[in-house]
Write a protein that binds this ligand. Structure first.
Ligand code: SF4
Ligand code: SF4
Ligand code: SF4
Ligand code: FES
Length: 949
């Protein structure tokens, strides 16, 4: 079903730069070569009736409603499948065409329930529209014959229904699932009159392979596939374009709204990151925004043992300001700090770091990127000169070989994964480096050429092995590397990787990946054409995370796979605005635009604009803040939408640190795990309740538009500004666009960015400045941002986290499609049906050795702690390795993970924890403590002193 504002041109618009001219109903029209007659007619302003075609799918030609007459041709060809030709003369209307089309419509309508008045699609149904368009006035065939009117409805999916009685078997849903989503969950079962749409093998949607992306619902021209929310609320009456607040793909949506009720989120066809596609989270999982758990009044309490007290915004802000001032007076300037949120907008994170630097007068600010992609920032800045990915998503269309390392795009970045799968189905080579057999390794019409199933923690050794093959077999692109990089450094790198210790045979000993596979993968990556690297947290969350990023950059430079479409080194960034929060200066050592705080010229710019003196020494990173809290020197913290008690490693260490502080201020939607240690709770706003921008993994800045007022009265940027005002430093902004103007004024890579420009262009990829006024889709064309590309030697150093007799297995963690990170949002939606609990994947051999059966409760024990959860025995995981997710706080996965971290950035080594797994029958001690503490905190919330309305 189209969005209420979309125009459907009928068939896809080819990208050909060459145009041809033809005549439609006497109107001359020029169209790109390869266009259909239907598209030409649409562009000439003469739309042709249609049912089975839509401009997001390949034409199929099954409904025959789009017949036209073409001068010099016999019959009535279908305009959707007939290519437009130069000089063609097309007629879209004639009395004969009218009769034929009415005949087609009659057949459809004679097998369609005529319940239009009570149908959820009433007024927005293409079948209804077409009946009107062809002038259908009567249906000669009654409903007495065989029909599908009583076909049973499938309501198994929590978000949409499938009502086969309304199905016209146009196959748009099947093609959407194949072409757009790439899951191939739907088929047409049977032939002729008996043909029907079938998920999987005649299963219902929930039992099929369907991943609930909604592409079929979007494509369906009738109410056959329909959002349940439209059944509940009726048709929306207004539309607001905004950006998804889940992952770093940054899908653009049209929020379709009735009053202040979001009826549905429709992926935006014109969205530059998603081009009309979505996943189950952005498309359907917005119910958390109105969940009763949301806290909508500011609250304070003296200690975490006290009940909360609701207060006015004025009281809450005043309390925060006076507490922070008191703490600084008593414990010194550096005794407080803040953490910015990668879920909040650029403008909001910018203000928090400004608060810290200009008002707290220190640099104690950090962000969750510390625990995910900080090594990306370090590694890419060191080698290329910019702390960000090199390409736009569209680039993968031009890729010949895709190397996916430490990322699971179909679960973590699903909309980009669908695009990548199109390239792979088109024949691109695929190398997957992952300890697990992720979906990409084998999915419909896709099979990885190489799945390098390495031991967790050995990425650097493997990449050095691949580099060894490339260099020693003469596969490097010397001309490119010598021209674009420092020749001496390049030569030193070649000598380094050529060492015998990085030969495939030696590397096999370390990684467990057979030497011939290393050789094959290296040859495939280095073969001529475009090779692109896509990576995720399986690269960064290691003790050598930064080294691995550097090793990938070396590989790209050595093979000339950088600086054009189809290549590059591309981090699949996690949270919706993790790129933005880093860009905005959320790290303790960097001002916005990645300028070190020790850079006097950069500091001077800010000092002049902000009228303050800034500190030149980097502040505390998140783990240092916890350590300082434990040693008594760090006492106050302002946390903007971040739940590190659940998300950061070694939970018990963090809990102790949090308990030591005097004023913990949490600004969030829910009383999350971190908020249970808070003294002040400031109710935050969802992405639907504010204006601003998010920056996705492609460096693409997109607008977030207010759909409704903030339920607690203030948007997050307003809260930060109020704290600053109360602390005596005025922050006066009328609108977030003014904050972006300040960012642009102070940040060279953002110099040309403004809300007005983003609104006009749809999105802007930084750098955007005088040199690139409309932004930069591809980085490092013709030269690196840092000048010469820098090769850095990447010695493999094994992690300190070793397996032992006591802890013989390696635990690695990741996430699922339906849940998002700590699950604060997705757990409060119907998405829980797909992932009700975290489970531990274990290989059958390891399970058998330990007497573990599928579904049994087991305990994972590490040097840091123990938790219990259910086991899932599966061959997806290799022997010696176990895997789980961290979406549910009561699992406490991060009780087990340790404090080992990346040498350069302190990014935790989530991906490697030595553990033992044993069958148990009860929760762990920590889990018991967690349950009691949660009950106590929920009770304290329930007992809160409620403010008068
Ligand atoms: S479910 Fe909708 S899209 Fe699929 S065949 Fe039926 S009418 Fe067409
Ligand atoms: S929701 Fe997505 S995955 Fe499921 S059947 Fe429809 S298109 Fe396929
Ligand atoms: S892929 Fe990411 S940005 Fe797109 S809809 Fe899903 S969660 Fe949102
Ligand atoms: S729209 Fe052309 S055949 Fe259906």
């Amino acid at each position: 079903m189209q969005s209420i504002t979309d125009i459907d041109l009928g068939t896809k618009k080819p990208s050909s730069g060459k145009t041809i001219t033809l005549e439609v109903d006497g109107v001359a029209v020029s169209v790109p070569e390869g266009s259909s007659v239907m598209l030409a007619a649409s562009l000439a302003g003469h739309s042709v009736p249609k049912l089975c075609s839509t401009d997001t799918l390949e034409a199929f030609g099954s409904c025959r409603l789009c017949m036209v007459e073409i001068e010099g041709r016999r019959g009535y060809p279908a305009s959707c499948t007939t290519p437009a030709e130069a000089g063609m003369k097309v007629r879209t209307q004639s009395s004969r065409l009218g009769d034929l089309r009415r005949g087609v419509m009659e057949l459809y309508i004679s097998d369609h329930p005529l319940d239009c008045l009570t149908c959820p699609a009433n007024g927005h149904c293409e079948l209804q529209d077409m009946a009107g368009a062809v002038g259908l006035r009567e249906v000669r065939y009654g409903f007495d014959g065989e029909n599908h009117l009583h076909a049973e409805k499938d309501t198994s999916n929590p978000y949409f229904t499938f009502d086969p009685s309304k199905c016209i078997v146009c196959s748009r849903c099947v093609r959407a699932c194949d072409e757009i989503q790439g899951t191939l969950a739907l088929t047409i079962d049977g032939r002729g009159f008996a043909s029907k749409i079938s998920p999987g093998q005649n299963q219902d949607f929930m039992d099929s392979e369907c991943v609930s992306c909604g592409a079929c619902v979007q494509a369906c021209p009738t109410a056959t596939l329909m959002e349940k929310s439209v059944y509940s609320y009726g048709q929306p009456d207004r539309v607001v374009e905004t950006t998804c607040a889940y992952c770093g793909v940054g899908c653009s949506f049209k929020a379709e709204v009735k009053g202040n009720q979001v009826v549905r989120m429709v992926p935006n066809k014109n969205g530059h990151a998603n081009e009309g596609h979505s996943c189950v989270k952005g498309r359907f999982a917005f119910g958390y925004t109105t969940h009763p758990d949301r806290i909508t009044k500011p609250m304070i309490r003296k200690s975490i043992q006290d009940p909360w007290k609701e207060v006015t915004w004025g009281e809450a802000i005043g309390h925060v300001a006076s507490e922070f001032k008191r703490i600084q007076e008593k414990h010194g300037r550096d005794s407080i700090g803040a953490v910015t949120s990668s879920r909040c907008t650029n403008e909001e994170t910018f203000l928090v770091q400004k608060l810290v630097r200009a008002v707290f007068q220190n640099n104690n600010v950090d962000t969750c990127a510390r625990v995910c992609h900080s090594p990306t920032g370090y590694g890419l800045k060191t080698t290329f000169g910019t702390s960000a990915g090199t390409q736009e998503f569209r680039s993968v269309d031009e890729t010949d070989v895709v190397l996916v390392i430490g990322a699971n795009p179909t679960e973590g970045h699903p909309v980009f994964a669908s695009r990548m799968k199109r390239t792979l189905r088109g024949g691109a080579g695929l190398i997957v480096v992952d300890p697990r057999a992720i979906d990409l390794v084998r999915s419909p019409h896709i099979k990885a050429d190489y799945h390098l199933q390495l031991k967790p923690g050995t990425n650097v050794a493997l990449l050095n092995g691949i580099s060894h093959v490339i260099v020693t077999e003469g596969l490097a692109n010397d001309a490119f590397a010598l021209e674009r990089c420092d020749p001496a450094e390049y030569q030193a790198w070649k000598t380094f990787v050529s060492q015998a210790k990085y030969s495939p045979e030696e590397v096999e000993q370390v990684t467990g990946v057979p030497a011939d596979q290393i050789r094959g993968a290296a040859r495939l990556y280095a073969r001529q054409g475009n090779s692109a690297i896509y990576y995720g947290l399986g690269v960064t969350e290691h003790s050598q995370g930064s080294t691995t990023v550097i090793a990938m950059a070396n590989l790209a430079m050595a093979t000339g796979n950088i600086g054009r479409e189809g290549v590059g080194v591309n981090p699949l960034r996690g949270q919706n605005n993790v790129q933005g929060s880093c860009d905005m200066g959320s790290f303790p050592h960097e001002l916005s635009g990645y300028r070190h705080v020790s850079d006097a010229a950069a500091r001077a710019l800010f000092e002049k604009d902000w009228n303050v003196t800034l500190q030149s020494e980097p502040g505390l990173r998140i783990p240092n803040m916890f350590d300082a809290a434990l040693d008594g020197s760090f006492k106050g913290m302002y946390i903007q939408g971040e739940d590190f008690v659940q998300s950061d490693p070694n939970t018990q260490h963090i809990e102790k640190a949090m308990s030591q502080m005097e004023c913990v201020v949490v600004q969030d939607l829910f009383l999350n795990e971190t908020a249970k240690f808070a003294h002040v709770f400031l109710p935050g706003s969802t992405f639907l309740e504010k204006d601003g921008t998010f920056t996705n993994a492609e460096r693409r800045i997109q607008l977030v538009r207010k759909v409704m007022p903030p339920v607690a009265g203030l948007a997050d940027w307003e809260i930060t500004a109020e704290i600053s005002n109360a602390m005596g430093y005025p922050m006066k902004y009328n609108h977030p666009s003014e904050i972006m103007d300040e960012i642009a004024r102070l940040t060279p890579t953002f110099a040309g960015v403004s809300f007005e420009k983003i609104d006009k262009l749809g999105s802007v990829q930084w750098p955007c400045n005088e040199k690139a006024p409309e932004g930069t889709p591809t980085m490092h064309i013709g030269g690196f941002v840092r000048g010469k590309g820098k090769f850095v030697l990447t010695e493999y150093v094994a992690t300190d986290e070793r397996t032992s007799r006591k802890y013989p297995l390696i635990l690695t963690t990741g996430r699922t499609l339906s849940q998002y990170n700590v699950g604060a949002q997705t757990r409060r939606t119907a998405n829980v049906v797909w992932h009700e609990e975290d489970v531990l994947e274990i290989h059958p051999h390891d399970a058998e050795n330990r007497g573990i059966k599928d579904g049994q409760t087991v305990e994972i024990a590490s040097r840091a702690g123990k938790v219990s959860l259910s086991a899932k025995v599966t061959e997806r995981i290799q022997p010696g390795v176990v895997y789980t997710t961290f979406h549910h706080p009561d699992t406490g996965t991060n009780v087990v993970t340790t404090e080992n971290s990346d040498w350069a950035t302190s990014c935790p080594e989530y991906k490697v924890t030595a553990v033992e797994v044993t069958p148990v029958s009860k929760p762990s001690e920590w889990q018991e403590h967690f349950r009691e503490f949660t009950e106590q905190q929920e009770e304290l919330l329930a007992q809160r002193v409620v403010s008068k309305p």
